[in-house]
Design a protein around this ligand. Structure first.
Ligand SMILES: *Cc1c(COP(=O)(O)O)cnc(C)c1O
Length: 435
């Protein structure tokens, strides 16, 4: 073989600490506010829904936080994940750019989300939690939490957005396989769900509604805590294994990325890849361009407003300072379910405000066009979410073709699309619409 295209680490290279960008922001991150008093949320107030050990991570400004041994042992089932160079795609695009991708679809649940579900369940178990409640859209987060709960023996209750529950059976069945109980949301399990069903028995649900139901379930059941798969600081923290491994793998490849891309829903896979690179950008003066990519139908970073907003529809969460489209925003039903959220991680939002990153938005048809090109040249069928990052990478590679620039591009392939093939079917049938 003339050219090395795959850069593989060993189990010993699984990071032993998570990286926390909060230690390095040139300006501190604005704190969450209590929705009643509008004063900074006292950490104890969060204990109704989160265990103390995770709250400590949420508010921590320590740069490195140790990964406990039992978590590293489970990470070793699929980590370190591969980093590959997409030479066939480069050739097809006739671009002088080099395209690298980190493949998080290699996990048992098929995405990066297990990087945080495993430590979240571990720390809950340490704190005495017996039961977790959460929400899920298309099921990526619910299935990741179900898997982690089955590893540690906790009960898992998932509120799944009703349209997805009824039309996307595969991840619901994955959740059941891993032992979780799945409720279509709005459900009759909660006061809020019953109220919405009384108003409209056919309410299709939304992520904001499902979050409200999961939080109500949490506060009404003993030994129960709530778990969130994106947005929060401790989630971005856990995902930092992605970027730390990528830095080592790019060194193996003998290259430094010029531009780094990730798709942005709540911001966690993007944060996971790019925050360790931002550490170097801030501390070592590296000149990386870092691009968050979102759908045009839910343009939080490119069209949202930076302000305090609720994370859910029923206004039960603390107020978070973030780019937001408003907590009543109902995203159109695009196929990248994981990108349909009105808000954005406060840390990712802060990084954008400080000019450490930039953002672009693409229509879903362009994302699928990019996904199909990627699958035909590289083999892996990307998740519709990840395909947004690929659309941005292809655009940049084409720009390099025009200008002759030899840029090194790196993106996060956050998950595979093998459980999303009906979305591909709609695309092939010409049924996808841009909003
Ligand atoms: C959930 C999901 C996303 C979006 O969530 P982030 O927190 O923004 O990463 C992206 N890609 C895949 C494959 C997902 O499952």
């Amino acid at each position: 073989m003339s050219q090395k295209t795959s850069f593989t680490l060993t189990q010993a290279d699984i990071p032993s600490a998570w990286y926390n960008l909060n230690a390095d922001f040139p300006e501190p991150l604005p704190p969450p506010l209590h929705p009643g008093t509008k004063e900074p949320m006292p950490p104890d107030a969060l204990e109704a829904i989160f265990p103390r050990n995770l709250i400590e991570q949420e508010i921590s400004a320590e740069r490195w936080i140790e990964v406990p041994k039992p978590v590293r042992e489970i990470y070793a089932l699929w980590r370190p994940t591969p980093l590959l160079r997409a030479v066939r795609l480069e050739r097809a695009l006739q671009t002088p750019a080099h395209i690298y991708y980190k493949y998080e679809g290699a996990s048992p649940a098929g995405s990066h989300k297990v990087n945080t579900s495993v430590p979240q369940v571990f720390f809950n178990k340490e704190a005495g939690t017996k039961r977790l409640a959460t929400e899920t859209g298309a099921g990526q987060w619910g299935s990741s939490l179900a898997l982690a709960c089955s590893f540690f023996g906790l009960e898992c209750n998932v509120y799944m957005v009703k349209v997805s529950h009824d039309t996307k059976p595969y991840r619901r069945l994955l959740m059941q396989t891993w032992g979780a109980t799945v409720h279509p949301s709005p459900s009759n399990q909660t006061h809020y769900g019953r109220k919405l069903l009384a108003e409209d028995p056919h309410c299709p649900g939304s992520l904001g509604i499902a979050i409200s139901e999961a939080i109500e379930d949490t506060v009404k059941h003993p030994h129960t805590k709530y778990s969130l798969g994106s947005v929060l600081n401790h989630v971005c923290l856990h995902q930092s294994v992605i970027g730390q491994e990528s830095i080592r793998q790019m060194e193996m490849a003998g290259e430094e990325p010029d531009v780094i891309f990730g798709c942005c829903g709540g911001g966690s896979n993007f944060a996971g890849l790019v925050f360790p690179f931002l550490h170097r950008k801030i501390k070592e003066g590296k000149k990386y361009r870092v691009v968050g990519v979102e759908p045009e139908a839910c343009p939080t970073l490119t069209k949202g407003e930076l302000r305090y907003d609720f994370g859910d529809t029923a206004e039960t969460t603390p107020l978070l300072k973030m780019y937001t489209l408003g907590h009543q925003f109902m995203p159109p039903p695009i196929h990248a379910g994981g990108l349909r959220y009105h808000g954005m991680s406060p840390m990712v939002s802060h990084a954008l405000k400080l000019g450490l990153i930039e953002a672009e938005a693409y229509p879903q048809t362009q994302a699928f066009e990019a996904a199909v090109a990627f699958a035909r040249h590289e083999g892996i069928v990307p998740a519709p979410e990840s395909s947004h990052a690929i659309a941005a990478v292809i655009k940049e590679a084409e720009r390099c073709r025009e200008t002759g620039q030899k840029q090194v591009l790196l993106f996060n392939l956050s998950g595979h699309g093998l459980l999303d093939l009906t979305a591909y079917e709609s695309y092939f049938a010409g049924k996808l619409q841009n909003v």
